[in-house]
Design a protein around this ligand. Structure first.
Ligand code: BGP
Length: 474
């Protein structure tokens, strides 16, 4: 047994990280439009609207809004079977609160999906990849308020109805689980549009927002299936397996607790109800979630068809080292001496990829779609114009091999694999351009200067071969 014949090889991007055109054709401000640039160790700032004198790297991103035909032609040259991207919510509902959608925004995605179909590239579409309208942050503090559930459902319905014959694969919220790391304000903000005030019980606010995300997702799944029963609607988990630093039972219990906190999201998405441990966790952390009578039923009726995962790294935790935060994730995690790390200190762990897929397969028995995996690195353009990104090839080769073992040796049903940032995007966590992921280089610098011209890297032809041979030639 090898990869399925209809295996969806492709690439992944997100609207806010590539499109640019942040105020074009009626688009409203999204949350990414108020994020300044940071760097490794320097967090991005969240500003209160757009401020004079600040620099917002996502405003232009890589100008995919204007270049998408050229970019899709390049994806087609690599033989992509699918492209994962997102719909930029404030292009469709500029403030999130309008009664009627913005036709120009809808038309852009019609054209984009038509262009993909021209090359038989299947769109895989995320409804919310850190792109909530900023007006919903200002009015409601994002998903902290139940009203935003209705705004999301209206938006989801509009997209499902409009694109029901053009899109089959959908994802609701990108990496819904990364926001439980409340010490890093970027994560709850970009997932749910939540901002904190002095003295807030952050966990209370974030878990209320998470509950609303989960309700919104479940409602969308149900509505989507009513609109087109052939839709395949998935959730998206940032799959970060947690290792205990030693076989000390304290480390094992700690690793298990972090796993439970992360899998709580997929538990609800896949099983249709909260796991038992969470009620005690809420109690111990003074979290009291407002739920409505019908919520149980909504969650039970909105189970997903598959699990989308993004995979970059594993984390290792130690109970005796509670002050440590090696990764900057806000866990008490420590360096793993067995693993190398990237320039941005992300552990490189292909075996962890296979391990994580097994955890999910055992727990949920649902197909897995790998919707992100890739290496952020500094690429150099040589004098002859070539970009020799052998390190990226090696990273991807090892991860694809691990996925192959997950399929062939563990029997996991994997639907597809999309390489993150198949064309260099703006980095999400740092807002940098120099943290590059693509098979296609974009001539843009951190400060936005550059020609924005596209150029193939060495990995371009390598990946073409991988797709052509359905993962046989690596
Ligand atoms: C995931 C996000 C992506 C993405 C990727 C890489 O968390 O879903 O949007 O950008 O990580 O992260 P970064 O861009 O910070 O390197």
């Amino acid at each position: 047994m090898s990869f399925r014949e209809d295996f969806l090889w492709g690439g992944a991007i997100a609207a806010h990280q590539v499109e640019g055109g942040y105020d074009r054709d009626g688009k409203g401000l999204g949350i990414a439009d108020v994020l300044t640039a940071g760097a490794h160790g320097i967090p991005r700032k969240i500003t209160d609207g757009i401020l004079e004198g600040e620099f917002y790297p996502n405003h232009e991103a890589i100008r995919f809004y204007d270049h998408y035909k050229e970019d899709i032609a390049l994806f087609a040259q690599m033989g992509f079977k699918c492209l994962r991207t997102s719909i930029n919510w404030p292009r469709i509902y500029p403030t999130g609160m309008e009664e009627e959608p913005n036709e120009e925004g809808l038309r852009f995605y019609d054209d984009l999906f038509d262009e993909l179909h021209k090359y038989n590239i299947e769109p895989v579409i995320t409804l919310a990849h850190f792109e909530i309208p900023f007006a919903l942050v200002e009015k409601y503090n994002g998903f902290e308020s139940r009203e935003v559930v209705d705004c999301f459902v209206k938006y989801a319905r509009t997209c499902f109805e409009r694109y029901k014959d053009k899109v089959t694969y959908w994802l609701t919220f990108n990496e819904i689980n990364n926001q439980f790391i409340v010490n890093n304000e970027l994560f709850p903000f970009t997932n749910s549009g939540v901002r904190f005030k002095e003295g807030d019980n952050r966990r209370q606010i974030v878990y209320q927002a998470i509950h609303h995300n989960l309700i919104a997702s479940a409602l969308a799944v149900k509505i989507g299936h009513e609109i087109n029963p052939n839709f395949k609607i998935g959730c998206c988990l940032a799959e970060i397996p947690i290792y205990p630093a030693t076989c000390n039972p304290d480390d094992i219990l700690l690793a298990q607790r972090f796993d439970q906190l992360q899998y709580m999201f997929t538990d609800v998405h896949c099983k249709g109800h909260y796991p038992n441990f969470i009620w005690k966790y809420f109690k111990d952390n003074n979290i009291s979630i407002v739920m409505q009578d019908e919520d149980k039923k909504i969650l039970a009726e909105g189970k997903v068809d598959y699990i989308g995962i993004t995979y970059y790294n594993t984390l290792t935790v130690s109970a005796s080292n509670t002050d440590s935060d090696a990764s900057g994730y806000g866990f008490n995690d420590v360096e793993n001496p067995y693993l190398p790390v990237t320039k941005w200190n992300w552990a490189i762990d292909p075996k962890g990829f296979r391990y994580g897929m097994n955890c999910l397969w055992d727990r949920y028995e649902l197909p897995i779609f790998v919707v992100e995996n890739g290496l952020g690195a500094v690429d150099v353009v040589e004098e002859d114009g070539s970009i020799r990104d052998e390190y990226r090839i090696e990273y991807l080769r090892n991860h694809i091999l691990a996925m192959k073992q997950a399929v062939e040796e563990d029997g996991i049903d994997v639907l597809g694999y999309t390489v993150w940032g198949c064309i260099d995007p703006i980095s999400f966590t740092t807002g940098e351009m120099k943290k590059r992921y693509g098979f296609i280089y974009v001539d843009r610098n951190n400060d936005g200067t550059g020609t924005y011209a596209r150029r193939k890297k060495q990995s371009f032809n390598w990946y073409k071969k991988v797709v052509e041979t359905n993962g046989e030639t690596l």
